[in-house]
Design a protein around this ligand. Structure first.
Ligand code: NDP
Length: 487
């Protein structure tokens, strides 16, 4: 039977077609509370969009652990045979909510695992590295990706000005301009936790870890020209692909791999293993397969479950911890802070964000407290108490992080080779055809940028490999010749 329409207060609605007016020609009466409620709700249908990663696509699924790294971690979610419900949200970084899906950009790869010991969020990208290694530069970097304050247009000049003054960005820019910068759809790309995290076991022993999600659908990418043609027809290609695949029962899967580094190796590694612009070479730290993630359920309501999904690296669980990576530490603050602003103080209590295990805390009141007392006992609203309220459990304490050093604003560019890993990617990993596309994509992205900035960028490419700089120069010359011929 059709359900009866009500107001938000539950009162039955007699007429949802006609306003309350003083005659057939109006005017509308102020007392039409039903009309007022509808208009007021419409005015509040939007919340602040994410400053970065505003355009996204997501789905629910399961993580199944098939390997055994129990000697390294006590985390329930990573024990052999564990099956954990989860949510994934993929995104582009720079575009606003209405941006076209098929734009060349890094893709967010954010995962929330509803574990028996609280939510574990692994908030990564489809690339193993990032543009910067010091969080003090993050707002500056993002400003170059968003709109120019005066023209309100995206600015290639700003992007290349910043990149060419920040050689640590070369690694990520190379991946962005490679095939992997424009995946065909979210199921056809890898995900990476990107940061270095830690695992710790019941004996209090810690190892460092990198997480990798390898697509089982196979990598697939579009060229700039192919993407342009698609965007001319649909701006929603990713949503269509992901939502459609799951509706058809064609569930996408990713293999979970980890790289493990003994705690003491961090001191002796030739590179800084906590530098987000670097990978751990596979030869030194071989990937170990430990599980599979499958996405198999679409959200019933996109806004409630995907737009309101709040991922944060601050969501860690016993057995999985953070690392000295400065970018990770800043994100531990920044992501939760963004959600408190965007969704409100109690965003973790929204159904999509709420843990599926018992929750007991002493946070009180605040806007939209709809969960009531969660302290575990009615009269306990402070801690310590003798009312039987929830208490701490020292058995889940993380082993101490051994660090020593002088507090200073250390120059993050000192002692870091920004070229060596990019050279490995360019010289050894990419094929001739991939390199040719890399040069062409880079040259296209440089269009309209002042010559002095391009020259500065080319200086860095030359340092990676003369062939890299020369390849971009040749691609720039071809674009210039094509433009001259067209005039
Ligand atoms: P390997 O040869 O063992 O690994 C190279 C890896 O590069 C591949 O396993 C693949 O990673 C990835 N790759 C392949 N094609 C591309 C591409 N077009 N764009 C970006 N990545 C690609 O060598 P190393 O481990 O010594 O790494 C060499 C270089 O490869 C690094 O400097 C880095 O630029 C890149 N790389 C390394 C990764 C790592 O974790 N070691 C991860 C990704 C890239 P995957 O299996 O993840 O698809």
């Amino acid at each position: 039977m059709t359900k009866r329409l009500t107001t938000t207060a539950g009162a039955p609605v007699a007429d949802n077609q006609n306003s309350l007016t003083a005659g057939p020609r109006g005017p509308v009466l102020m007392q039409d509370w039903q009309l007022l409620e509808k208009l007021a709700h419409q005015n509040r249908e939007r919340i602040p969009e994410r400053v970065v990663h505003a355009k996204g696509w997501g789905a629910f699924g399961t993580l199944t652990i098939t390997g055994d790294i129990s000697r390294h971690t006590r985390a329930a979610v990573l024990q052999p045979g564990a099956k954990t419900p989860m949510l994934a949200r993929f995104s582009t970084v720079a575009g606003e909510m209405g941006a076209a899906d098929h734009e060349r950009d890094v893709r967010g790869f954010a995962l929330k695992f509803y574990t028996s010991e609280g939510n574990w969020d692994l908030v990564g990208n489809n690339t193993p590295v990032f543009f910067i290694r010091d969080p003090l530069k993050f707002p500056d970097f993002i400003h170059t990706q968003k709109r120019h304050p005066r023209s309100n247009l995206r600015s290639a000049t700003a992007a290349w000005d910043f990149w060419s003054l920040s050689p640590e960005s070369l690694h990520q820019v190379t991946i962005l301009m490679s095939d992997r910068g424009l995946p065909k759809d979210p199921t056809r790309m890898n995900g990476y936790g990107s940061h270095t995290y830690s695992l710790w076991n019941d004996a209090g022993e810690r190892v460092w870890v990198k997480f990798h999600w390898k697509t089982q659908q196979g990598h697939a990418f579009f060229s700039n020209a192919e993407a342009e043609a698609i965007v001319g027809k649909t701006r929603e290609g990713y949503q269509e692909a992901l939502f459609g695949a799951i509706e058809r029962g064609d569930f996408p899967r990713w293999t979970l791999q980890v790289q493990i580094m003994p705690e003491a190796d961090a001191e002796k590694a030739a590179f800084n293993p906590f530098d987000l612009t670097k990978v751990w070479p596979h030869a030194d730290y071989p990937p170990i397969e430990i599980g599979v993630m499958e996405l198999n359920r679409n959200a019933d309501n996109y806004f409630a479950e995907i737009e309101q999904a709040a991922f944060s690296p601050s969501n860690a669980v016993p057995g999985i911890g953070h690392s000295p990576d400065k970018m990770l530490q800043a994100r531990v603050f920044s992501y939760a802070d963004a959600h408190r602003y965007r969704l409100g103080t109690h965003y973790e209590a929204l159904p999509v964000n709420a843990p599926k295990c018992p929750v007991h805390h002493y946070h009180k009141d605040g806007q939209m407290n709809f969960f009531g007392q969660q302290t575990g006992a009615g009269d306990a609203y402070y801690e310590p108490n003798s009312m039987g309220g929830a208490t701490e459990d020292p058995s889940v304490g993380e082993p101490p992080l051994r660090i020593s050093g002088d507090a200073a604003r250390w120059n993050h560019r000192d002692g870091n080779d920004d070229y060596v890993q990019v050279r490995a990617l360019h010289d050894k990993v990419m094929s001739d055809a991939e390199r040719a596309r890399l040069y062409a994509n880079t040259a296209e992205a440089m269009q309209g940028v002042p010559a002095a900035i391009i020259e500065r960028a080319l200086g860095h490419y030359d340092k990676v490999a003369k062939a890299y700089g020369d390849g971009i120069r040749a691609a720039l010359a071809r674009l210039e010749a094509a433009r001259a011929a067209a005039e």
